[in-house]
Design a protein around this ligand. Structure first.
Ligand code: FMN
Length: 187
């Protein structure tokens, strides 16, 4: 029997049932039907403070702030595969995802302190309202750097420009089935 993984889906949009939500639902549906163990985190439901740059995590690998980031730390440490989503906001990821990313500085130090050089597979799904030539460039730089820092390798990404209205992507069954298959095969 094929090896089944723990797959964590991170919903990065503040808009419930928006385009990135719908795509991640498809990916996780596929992964679930292949027998993988699915966990979902809706970042918009969490209370996460921004990084204070206090420097404490540099010594311990732990963040001194006590908030819902604890849920994220545990989930990121335990998962074997990460699927991150964020729509494009001002050529970058959403404030919710960027706040989470900055707080993962603690995980970066934790890896350094424990000399952990393992990398796990990760995927990124994004949607932008416009079709600007460079519309995903800022987010891709941030996401790649972030994933590497906390021990993931970006295996694939799906970037859909030109979808602005809530749920508009649902009118494109070809896109939904592509993401469903990607989740089914984790490729
Ligand atoms: C605050 C804000 C900033 C945005 N910035 C951009 C942008 O820089 N470029 C772009 O193409 N779309 C931008 N958009 C549009 C979103 O990327 C688009 O509506 C997307 O479909 C939202 O995904 P969601 O439905 O998963 O929330 C922005 C939307 C908001 C609310």
């Amino acid at each position: 029997m094929a090896y089944r993984m723990r797959v964590l889906g991170v919903y990065g949009s503040p808009r419930r049932d928006g385009n990135t939500d719908l795509l991640l639902n498809q990916f996780l549906k596929g992964a679930n039907e292949s027998g993988h163990k699915i966990e979902r985190i809706y970042v918009r439901e969490l209370k996460i403070l921004p990084c204070l740059a206090c420097g404490e995590c540099e010594k311990t690998g732990e963040c001194i702030i006590c908030d819902d980031m604890d849920i994220i730390y545990k989930a990121f440490i335990n998962t074997e595969c990460l699927v991150l989503t964020s729509p494009i906001y001002f050529y970058s990821v959403t404030a919710q995802i960027k706040t989470l990313i900055d707080r993962c500085q603690a995980l970066w130090y934790k890896r350094k302190i424990s000399n952990n050089n393992n990398f796990r597979p990760a995927f990124f799904i994004s949607v932008a309202g416009t079709k600007g030539k460079k519309v995903f460039e800022g987010a891709m730089l941030t996401v790649r750097c972030f994933l590497n820092a906390i021990g993931f390798r970006l295996k694939n990404c799906w970037l859909y420009p030109g979808f602005d209205a809530k749920g508009e992507i649902e009118k494109h069954p070809d896109i939904l089935s592509k993401i469903y298959s990607a989740g089914k095969n984790l490729i």
